[in-house]
Structures are given as C-alpha cells and as structure tokens.
Design a protein. Structure first.
Length: 64
C-alpha cells in the first residue's frame, strides 16, 4: 500500500511463494464497513503432471 504521495506504507505477505504469508496470485481487494481490507488469492495449477507437489491451502485469514 502506498500513500497518495507514493511512499510505501505497508505490504501484504512475505513475497512470492506457496508458504505461509506468501502470495502466488493475488487478484482482488475489498473493504468492509469497519474499514478492514481483505486480499483474495486463488491459485489453481496443474502441478502433479510436472512432478511437483500440489500445495494444501489452509483457508486461514491473517490480520495485517
């Protein structure tokens, strides 16, 4: 998140990846009536055919 003058104020996650607090494909933001901001991510890939482990998603919601 950046301020109106372009300064970095905060960020979501630890960066790109499949681990906890890492993001692969963030695609939506929304704000609720209490000004909580939600970031949505869905990552569907054909990994098993490449011999890679298919990640298990935990469905957790993390507070920033």
């Amino acid at each position: 998140m950046y301020s109106l003058d372009g300064k970095l104020k905060n960020r979501w996650g630890k960066g790109f990846g499949l681990g906890e607090m890492e993001l692969m494909a963030p695609h939506a933001l929304t704000v609720d009536n209490d000004n909580n901001i939600y970031l949505a991510e869905v990552c569907v890939a054909v990994l098993s055919s490449l011999g890679l482990e298919v990640p298990q998603y935990n469905g957790k919601v993390y507070k920033a």
